[in-house]
Design a protein around this ligand. Sequence first.
Ligand code: C5P
Length: 326
Amino acid sequence: MSEHATENPTENPTENPTENPTGRATDSAARSVTVRVPAKVNVQLAVAAARPDGFHDLANVFLAVSLYDEVTATPAAGTKVTCEGPDADQVPLDRTNLAARAAETLARRAGLSPDVHLHIAKNIPVAGGMAGGSADGAAALVACDALWGLNTPMTELLDICAELGSDVPFSLVGGAALGTGRGEILTPVPAGTFHWVFAVADGGLSTPAVFREFDRLAAGRDLPAPQASPALLAALASGDPDALAPTLVNDLQPAALSLRPRLAAVLAAGTGAGALAALVSGSGPTTAFLVRDPEAAAEVAAVLDASGLCRATRVASSPAPGATLL
Ligand code: C5P
């Protein structure tokens, strides 16, 4: 794993006591808190026309998948973010990082200084349409809440998440949920176990750019109000991948393909290798492949790996738990 950080993170905290805000040397081994948080895939993403505020109303069926980042919070002087992992060099370490913003927002509400070092062990693709940045925001919130002993009620944590970004509340709760509004209003939905392969693309796609392309492609059309698909929700609850496969739909997919036409070949390669269904994950460019079982996942991943059409593959299952203190 490569390491990318403004400063070296505390690899072995017992050997590197940090100064806490009061100036006392603190044994960070005793005080660090680690939270594991999942990536998501949208099995239905129905998108309305842009609202006056620029956001789009959605019917967004989220599934958390077993592909995780871990965020470790340790007392420090000021807010510091470091990151390790294959794509660590693409992660912003400044205040635009949602983990830093989560810590600052929580500290402000509690009347504290955001004195915390947040170290992200990154496994979720960066700018990939799998809510990796949102996941780190939710994880940092839970980690800081525990580190600072705040016991913030869940409803308040969800409010902070919604302030941070549309997908952040779902990263907190995980599982399977319908997101309405701009995606932040969550209703849990029943879901059986499903198996997935994800193809990680070279480079990310900007979510606002994909929504702008959606608006361009939709210009002049009357878009219906987004509705959760009853067939999709029934298939999700049944745990039957053959029933779920024909219901998968992502209204952002044409926009992502318009900006990144070569994704069409990745989708075709996955279905050619036996995937039951293929779709762009969220705003992309990660592509998601529904498969029948873990054996099929290994076969589809091997074909995609050999195809040269994607940078890497990941195998995962859903649903996965939300942000969890380890
Ligand atoms: O909410 P978040 O900050 O993650 O959204 C990033 C961008 O994605 C927004 O600035 C907006 O351009 C777009 N977006 C949208 N409609 C949504 C969610 C996101 O247009 N429901």
